[in-house]
Ligand binder design. Structure first.
Ligand SMILES: Nc1ncnc2c1ncn2[C@@H]1O[C@H](COP(=O)(O)OP(=O)(O)OP(=O)(O)O)[C@@H](O)[C@H]1O
Ligand SMILES: [Mg+2]
Length: 242
């Protein structure tokens, strides 16, 4: 398998706090990796750096062989890194179609008509066609998450970073989203999935990386992760108790 993402010694601090403490992580093209860990362990920070939203304090990130630290989010989007946000980011006053087109995601080289066609096809695929001309404000929380998924597809991404995509999503919609994640992955798209929903993580991912206080404390299969003492102590023990 070709290596797609190579993270080395990645460090991020906020004030005195090391949100990421020299992280090393390599991910091959086509992997579907779960990223778990307690609140504040650095999961979102890691995604924010890989997608260009935060600057790092040290270390490096290579994507398809290219050093990408310091590149702006829209540049990274153009070279195939797509993401969703923990707090859903849709343009509430714009229609779904406008949301698909304005986010800097449409490849305008293809021309407006072609971009609209593609947006419509994706909305259809996501069963959102009936809402095409509605403002995104009218969507339920789950539908807004779905629109974020649909928007990611405008990029034809090769690496998709999902931050809590299933939070507050109705079970039926959730299983639809699972199918999407599996379909992306079957197309050789790499997916990194953050979730506190262990059913989703262990159901979708063959590899699970666990963070605690900015360090990777486990990197293994779901079985290895569930049996890992450090993971149980830092995270899963609490989850089971709760
Ligand atoms: N913009 C920021 N400014 C200051 N501190 C931050 C910022 N972003 C994250 N942090 C801190 O960095 C640490 C890691 O936060 P992060 O959001 O990455 O955690 P997380 O693993 O995604 O948690 P959660 O499961 O709650 O989403 C936390 O201590 C957090 O308070
Ligand atoms: Mg987070």
């Amino acid at each position: 398998m070709a290596e797609q993402l190579a993270i080395g010694g990645l460090t991020k601090s906020f004030g005195g706090l090391d949100a990421l403490d020299a992280i090393d992580l390599r991910i091959a093209r086509g992997e579907l990796v779960g990223l778990i860990g307690p609140n504040g362990s650095g999961k979102t920070t890691l995604l924010n750096i890989v997608s260009g939203y935060y600057a790092a304090n040290g270390g490096q990130v290579r994507y398809e062989g290219r050093a990408i630290l310091g590149l702006a989010p829209h540049k990274l989007a153009r070279i195939g890194i797509g993401r969703s946000f923990q707090v859903t980011k849709v343009f509430r006053r714009l229609t779904l179609l406008e949301n698909m087109l304005v986010s800097g995601l449409a490849d305008w080289r293809e021309g407006r008509a072609a971009a609209i066609d593609r947006a419509m096809a994706i909305l259809d695929d996501f069963k959102l066609t009936h809402l095409t001309h509605e403002p995104a404000a009218n969507l339920s929380g789950g539908q807004a998450k779905l629109l974020e998924f649909a928007r990611i597809m405008m990029l034809s991404p090769k690496l998709i970073l999902l931050d809590e995509p299933f939070g507050g999503v109705h079970p039926e919609l959730k299983s639809f989203m699972y199918d999407k994640v599996r379909a992306w992955n079957a197309d050789d798209v790499t997916v990194i999935l953050i979730s506190h929903d262990m059913g989703s993580i262990f159901g979708l991912c063959r590899r699970v990386v666990t963070l605690s206080y900015g360090n990777i404390i486990c990197d293994g299969t779901p079985e290895e992760t569930r049996a890992d003492k450090a993971v149980l102590e830092a995270y899963l023990g609490d989850q089971h108790a709760a």
